[in-house]
Write a protein that binds this ligand. Sequence first.
Ligand SMILES: NC(=O)c1ccc[n+]([C@@H]2O[C@H](COP(=O)([O-])OP(=O)(O)OC[C@H]3O[C@@H](n4cnc5c(N)ncnc54)[C@H](O)[C@@H]3O)[C@@H](O)[C@H]2O)c1
Ligand SMILES: [Zn+2]
Ligand SMILES: [Zn+2]
Length: 391
Amino acid sequence: MANLSASLASTADDVITCKAAVAYEPNKPLTLEEIHVAPPEPSEVRIKITNGAICQTDLYYLKGKDADKIFPRIFGHEGAGVVESVGSDIKNLKRGDKVIPAWMAECKKCPKCLRGKSNICDTLVYNWSNGFMPSDKKTTRFSKASNGMPINHFFGTSTFSQYTVCDEACVAKINPEADLSKVCLLGCGVPTGIGSAWNIAKVTPGSSVAVFGLGTIGLSVVEGAKVAGASMIIGIDRDDHKLKQGLEWGLTDTLNTCGLAKPIEAIIKEMTDDQGVDFSFDCTGNPGVIYSAMECANPAGGVAVILGLMDSSKEISFHPSKLLWGKSWTSGLFGGFKGRSQLPDLVDKCVEGVINLDHYITHKMPFSEINKAVELLEKGECLRCVMDYDR
Ligand SMILES: NC(=O)c1ccc[n+]([C@@H]2O[C@H](COP(=O)([O-])OP(=O)(O)OC[C@H]3O[C@@H](n4cnc5c(N)ncnc54)[C@H](O)[C@@H]3O)[C@@H](O)[C@H]2O)c1
Ligand SMILES: [Zn+2]
Ligand SMILES: [Zn+2]
């Protein structure tokens, strides 16, 4: 650590040249190339990313499924690293601190943060559909090394770069004992699933749960539901391997959506004495699946949670009477956890061995092979592939 701090000291006010994976247009491989990373402005922090992974949300934006389609851009929002330098207004972070870039921003001073009713912050709202830094809303800290072309930021994190610059609202300081090659996963997927069971649905002991889509988000919902004491956890996917894998996470029943003779909601109703499940979760973003997940929740007070990101060009229609008996159809981001004040506690739980991240890490790769990692997630062949940014 001492060595790292000493070596970082020499770069504090410099423009850093490093490797990043730049997305120039939708649906094309990322371009691994040299970029310049400007020093942080007063409210910002420059971070050396050591490890990171890819979440399906990166691919959603990479494929241009969002309304804004901002390119060129450096994606990535599941990573961890070490502070390299801080802006002049930053008091609580210093060079060498271990951090997780938190796309779930928490400025602690905007009306949304002060209202305290949710984990949504106005900095997140800005970052969601813009590629500039939230401090001035008109500049970026990234540029192409060969010609100076500005490159947009993503979600306030842009972890597909060896160095990134984040607003202070998007930096969670974590336990110095944390293993960055594991806790990088706490940047998005695992807290989203676990927190959705605990904080959004509030799964209760003895309840029945249906989880649609068994990637990292779905499996961490399963993990959260199991810890909360659910007695029936039905896993639904179109991939038999994912269903088999889900048994290790605590599924009590599995259903493959391919080739079913009747609608999945009818089957789930039969499995639950004609009631429907107490809690259902969509972890796919597929419109038909989102609808089925809503349908299969108990009409009398069941809770259906949408976690997947649906293509911005699509819509779902439903009759409001579906909710007349008190069913709730809800959603949320990052499992309802706050980025800066709650993420460090989750890291502590990993250091103490309470949360085990190992079983989500199905692959490891050098950062230089990021396009292979994208392919693995696209083909459904991995949960999380942790990349080493020094290679
Ligand atoms: N709400 C949030 O805060 C938040 C955070 C992270 C990710 N997400 C979203 O959650 C979703 C899942 O992310 P992930 O990283 O776990 O993805 P993933 O690709 O690893 O997993 C998706 C799973 O769903 C299954 N699936 C997809 N379409 C299906 C269908 N039509 N029928 C049955 N099974 C189907 C796949 O086989 C796969 O196992 C994505 O939409 C992502 O954008 C939301
Ligand atoms: Zn805020
Ligand atoms: Zn994510």
